[in-house]
Write a protein that binds this ligand. Structure first.
Ligand code: ADP
Length: 366
């Protein structure tokens, strides 16, 4: 049977020697992951010593070894650093595409006071709609706001704020796209709609990492992150890496979506990120002619779930045709019509979340 490219890469890396121990890097356990796609090779090297020179040599030797495999067209080596023998930071894993020692505490967000993740356990529940309108609501109450669309499987931010601009870059830093008073970044600005990228776990991490580290976010009060949907390994690692101040979860009222929410809550609990609450989206529809409320998905179970797990139900956002229309038109409702009742819900929610952040920060310091 023909040897797979993955095996060939493993074999090539088995020839790379750490000269201190005289052992190869595979048997030393430094090779953590190898993925291949046609001729493209991605792999992760996890160093556990801060020895820039030595690590650099291993990095270069690995690149050379992989490059010698026939058929390899592209190599992407991600280096991570896992501190050993240090209780406080035993789980502290950072990812960097370069070989400088990664500094998790300065992931490019150091000038941003609060980082809030907007998550959902699955796609299509309105996570991006909520992220954009919540970001506009924070701007409305006077905060300087960044919005990172980390949902790289389906980046919808460019459409939602009506921007087709390409971010400018001087080769070192990438500038944000500024619109409606928000500083924004999305993979959707860089890639072509017609050629969707198939993201693997490792690539997702690298792409998001670059959007954080290489983007000139400047100084801001708050960053809203529209997370990739789901509660898998990617989301878990991101949650740990992003040094989140807190998170909110978006769900629709159906039972099935709520099962996913519980899964999402458990993920955040594992990472000790404060959960400010659940936002129920598309909770009901108000008939414009009669003013009668209709529950599109049947009776909501969110309240019961929130109570059972001791989370707050932050808001019940109705299914609103204008909210959807403004997403399509590329101008968030909350920015365009802040007096609209749905915009007012987002503004109240922003005030509420800000209070919660401050309370939480206060209890951290006392
Ligand atoms: P997700 O980010 O969870 O995949 P989106 O925010 O892209 O979901 O929303 C999916 C679709 O639902 C979009 O067309 C959006 O305009 C619409 N939508 C989301 N929330 C509402 C709402 N409360 N009322 C009306 N339409 C909504």
């Amino acid at each position: 049977m023909a040897e797979t490219l993955e095996n060939k890469v493993l074999h090539a890396l088995g020839q790379v020697i750490d000269h201190d121990s005289d052992q190869n890097i595979v048997s030393l356990g430094l090779v953590k992951d190898i993925t291949t796609e046609e001729g493209k090779v991605s792999c992760v090297l996890e160093f556990n010593e801060i020895d820039q020179k030595k690590n650099e040599k291993i990095f270069e030797d690995s690149k050379k070894a992989i490059n010698e495999i026939p058929g390899v067209t592209k190599i992407n080596i991600v280096t991570t650093y896992h501190k050993k023998n240090n209780e406080d930071s035993d789980d502290d894993t950072s990812i960097s595409s370069e070989l400088e020692q990664p500094q998790p505490e300065s992931v490019g967000t150091s000038k941003i006071k609060y980082i809030i993740a907007v998550s959902s356990a699955k796609g299509g529940v309105g996570k991006s709609t909520v992220s954009v309108n919540l970001a506009s609501a924070f701007k409305h109450i006077g905060l300087k706001v960044c919005l990172l669309d980390a949902d790289i499987y389906g980046p919808s931010l460019p459409k939602m704020i009506g921007s087709k601009d390409k971010p400018e870059s001087d080769g070192k830093k990438i500038e944000t796209i500024k619109k409606f008073g928000l500083s924004t970044m999305s993979m959707g600005y860089m890639v072509n709609d017609e050629n969707p990228i198939i993201w693997r776990g490792l690539m997702v991490m690298k792409a998001i990492n670059e959007m954080i580290e290489k983007v000139n976010w400047g100084e801001a009060d708050i960053m809203i992150i529209d997370m990739p949907p789901g509660t898998g390994d990617v989301q878990l690692t991101l949650t740990q890496k992003l040094k989140l101040t807190g998170s909110v979860l978006v769900s629709t009222p159906q039972d099935i979506a709520l099962i996913d929410v519980v899964r999402g809550l458990k993920m955040f609990e594992k990472t000790n990120v404060p959960i400010y609450g659940i936002i129920e989206n598309m909770s009901y529809f108000v008939a414009p002619d009669t003013g009668k409320e209709y529950q599109l998905y049947g009776e909501s179970k969110t309240e019961a779930i929130a109570e059972k797990y001791d989370y707050e139900l932050l808001a019940k956002i109705p299914h609103d045709p204008l909210l959807m229309e403004q997403c399509e038109k590329g101008h968030p409702l909350t920015d365009l019509f802040p007096e609209h009742k749905v915009s007012q819900m987002f503004i109240e929610m922003a005030e509420d979340i800000l209070k919660k952040i401050k309370l939480n920060k206060l209890s951290e310091t006392t």
